[in-house]
Design a binder for this molecule. Structure first.
Ligand code: DGP
Length: 118
């Protein structure tokens, strides 16, 4: 399993209710909040409670958790009314756009989404 991080991440502070956020889903392994700077009508961040820094830090022991996140993303997109058309994004590393170093999946939907992304 990926090594635990020292200190609380921004997202850990949110799930511990030390910082405000709109939490739309939570279970024993993950939680979801609305992005503070939404890029689409639905822009949700799906976050594991286990605070691994980046996707590339995951190991085979994280396989079930990563699968759970994808299936949960499906459920959230469906609940938002966009189960047939949504995009999942994981920014891995600063050069790929990652700014919060606690793994999270962006769930983006509700407008036409062009390809390739920027
Ligand atoms: P990334 O750049 O992939 O690491 O995405 C981080 C996202 O987190 C970005 O879209 C903005 C969002 N974000 C940053 N700070 C906060 C916050 O305090 N609350 C919420 N809800 N979202 C935040």
């Amino acid at each position: 399993m990926s090594a635990p991080m020292s200190g609380k991440t921004l997202f850990q502070k949110i799930i511990d209710r030390e910082l405000p956020a709109t939490i739309i889903y939570e279970d024993e392994r993950c939680f979801a909040i609305r992005d503070i700077n939404p890029t689409a009508p639905t822009h949700v961040l799906l976050i594991p409670r286990l605070a691994m820094r980046r996707l590339c830090d995951a190991t085979v022991e994280d396989q079930a958790l990563l699968g759970h996140l994808l299936l949960t993303a499906n459920k959230i997109a469906e609940a938002e009314g966009y189960g047939d058309a949504f995009r999942l994004v994981i920014n891995n590393g600063a050069a790929a756009g990652q700014s919060v170093f606690h793994l999270h999946i962006h769930i983006i939907a509700g407008r036409p989404l062009s390809w390739p992304p920027g």
